[in-house]
Design a protein around this ligand. Structure first.
Ligand code: ADE
Length: 241
């Protein structure tokens, strides 16, 4: 998968070189390219923002650097556009976007090429997204109902959630099917897990887990998952219809 991240703080994405995502980059499963939006400015101060029309607090990201950046990253559709691959999908991070969840992570993990646009200040000029929609598929994404200073932390979250789903990134793919929110687990919260010792500071590992009886263990885990979900996130149960 190719990932192009556009930001005015390229160093913010440095942690992606660590851990599992870092390994996926080293092994060539992921081709990560981080771009400085200021490379598409032309003035001495490399200006990316300006004051909002109509007044108000804060600054707005100018449309021109974003337009030129996307022109570079997404070449004009060729003559064989009908038969060509679907092309990149642009993700624009904003608190007013579609809420990011595991189902969207699953969907994005099937893409060949994602471009992640990290806005700063009060946001990007509102003409950039509609223009981009004429050229490519665009998803405005929020990682939760709170406001960040920019899209970089959201990009880190989305990349980590998506890349771990790409085949070959996680050593044992079974670990993906049992975890919280996964489709293989009916999007329930994950059941509690334990390791040795069997007794620790007066707290015991549930007896059934020593039984070696796989069906009983599976039934116990399912009950705990449903119970935990009902207690903490009842809306996930009602989502199942
Ligand atoms: N930019 C600012 N806040 C954000 C959020 N909650 N999700 C995604 N991008 C953002």
């Amino acid at each position: 998968m190719r990932l192009d991240v556009v930001t005015i703080f390229p160093d913010y994405l440095a942690p992606l070189r660590l851990s599992l995502v870092g390994k996926a980059i080293e092994t060539g499963i992921v081709d990560l390219r981080v771009h400085d939006l200021r490379d598409w400015t032309h003035d001495r101060h490399r200006t990316v923002d300006n004051t909002p029309y109509g007044g108000g607090a804060g600054m707005v990201m100018k449309p021109e650097p974003w337009g030129e950046c996307l022109d570079t990253l997404v070449p004009e559709p060729g003559e064989d556009a009908e038969t060509a691959a679907p092309g990149p999908r642009l993700l624009v991070f904003t608190p007013s976007g579609r809420r990011f969840d595991q189902a969207l992570a699953d969907e994005l993990a099937g893409e060949q090429h994602l471009i992640l646009a990290c806005g700063r200040y009060e946001g990007i000029d509102a003409r950039v997204v509609p223009y981009a929609r004429t050229r490519m598929r665009v998803e405005e994404i929020s990682i939760g109902d709170y406001v960040l200073n920019g899209g970089e932390a959201a990009a880190l979250v989305v990349i980590e959630a998506v890349v771990r789903l790409i085949p070959g990134v996680i050593g044992n793919p079974d670990s993906l099917t049992e975890e919280s929110h996964s489709a293989g687990h009916d999007r329930l919260l994950e059941y509690p897990i334990y390791t040795k010792p069997p007794s620790w500071r007066g707290l015991e590992v549930p007896e059934v887990l020593f039984s070696g009886h796989h069906a009983q263990i599976a039934a116990w885990r399912r009950e705990r998952a449903v119970e935990l979900t009902r207690e903490r996130r009842p809306e996930l149960l009602s989502d199942q219809g």
